[in-house]
Design a protein around this ligand. Structure first.
Ligand code: HEC
Ligand code: HEC
Ligand code: HEC
Ligand code: HEC
Length: 125
C-alpha cells in the first residue's frame, strides 16, 4: 500500500489537473504580447463558443495566410498568431496589428448585423 499510494495520488492529480490545464488553454480574451502593456481592457473573445454561436465553421475566415503584402484567403493558418504577420508598427501600407483585429472583427459584425461594434462591448472591464 505504501508503494501504491503515491501512484494513486499521482493518478488522481492527473485527472484533476489535465482538464484545468485544457480549460486555461481555451481562449476567452485576447491580449497578444506584441502590444506590450494594453491601454484598454483585453477584448473578450471566447474562441470556441463565439465561433459556434456565429456558425463559423471555416477556420480560414479568420486564420488566413499571405506574404509580401498579399493576403491569401485560401491558406488556412490556424495556430499562427496574427502578430506573426501583422506588426504593431508596420512599415509602409501594411495592416497594423490593431487594425487587423478591428477590421476583421468589426467588419464581420457590421456585415452580419450581429456582434459588438462599440469599444466598451469588446474592451470590457
Ligand atoms: C472569428 C475568427 C476566428 C475563427 C473563425 C477561428 N479562429 Fe482560431 N483564433 C482566432 C483568434 C483571434 C485567435 C488568437 C490569435 C492571436 O490573437 O494571435 C485564435 C487562435 C487560435 C489558435 C491558437 C490557440 C492558442 O492557445 O494560442 C488555434 C489553435 C486556433 N485559433 C484554431 C482555430 C481553428 C481550428 C478554427 C476553425 C475550426 C479557428 N481557429 C477558427 C480567431 C478565429
Ligand atoms: C501568415 C501571415 C498572416 C497571418 C497569420 C494573418 N494575416 Fe492578416 N494579412 C496578411 C497579409 C500578407 C495581408 C495583406 C497585407 C496587409 O494588409 O498587411 C493581410 C491582411 C489582413 C487584413 C486586411 C485585409 C482585409 O481582410 O480587409 C486584415 C483585417 C487582417 N489581415 C487580419 C488578420 C487577423 C485578425 C489575423 C489573425 C487572426 C491575421 N490577419 C493573420 C497575412 C497574415
Ligand atoms: C466572420 C464573422 C465574424 C468575425 C470575423 C468575428 N465575429 Fe464576433 N460575432 C459574429 C457573429 C455573427 C456574432 C453574433 C453571434 C450570435 O449571437 O448569434 C458575434 C458575436 C460576438 C460577440 C458577442 C458574444 C459572443 O461570444 O457571442 C463578441 C464579444 C465578439 N463577437 C467578438 C469578436 C472579436 C473580438 C472578433 C475578432 C477577433 C470577432 N468577434 C470576429 C461574427 C464574427
Ligand atoms: C469587435 C471587438 C472590438 C471593438 C468593437 C473594438 N475593439 Fe479594440 N481591439 C479588439 C481586439 C480583439 C484587439 C486586440 C486584442 C486586445 O488588445 O485586447 C483590440 C486592440 C485595441 C487596441 C490596442 C491594444 C491596447 O489595448 O492598447 C486599442 C488601443 C483599441 N483596441 C481601442 C479600441 C477603441 C478605442 C475602440 C472603439 C472605437 C475599439 N478598440 C473597439 C477588439 C475590438
Amino acid at each position: 500500500m505504501k508503494r501504491i499510494l503515491p501512484l494513486l495520488i499521482l493518478a488522481a492529480l492527473t485527472f484533476i489537473t489535465v482538464p484545468s490545464i485544457m480549460a486555461q488553454d481555451a481562449i476567452t480574451k485576447l491580449a497578444p504580447e506584441a502590444f506590450g502593456k494594453l491601454t484598454r481592457p483585453a477584448a473578450v473573445f471566447n474562441h470556441d463558443k463565439h465561433n459556434e454561436k456565429a456558425k463559423l465553421e471555416e477556420c480560414v475566415a479568420c486564420h488566413h495566410g499571405g506574404a509580401d503584402g498579399k493576403q491569401d484567403k485560401s491558406a488556412s493558418t490556424e495556430g499562427t498568431p496574427c502578430a506573426e504577420c501583422h506588426k504593431v508598427k508596420p512599415a509602409g501600407k501594411a495592416t497594423s496589428l490593431q487594425r487587423a483585429y478591428h477590421k476583421q472583427c468589426i467588419d464581420c459584425h457590421r456585415a452580419k448585423g450581429k456582434g459588438p461594434v462599440a469599444c466598451g462591448q469588446c474592451h470590457k472591464r
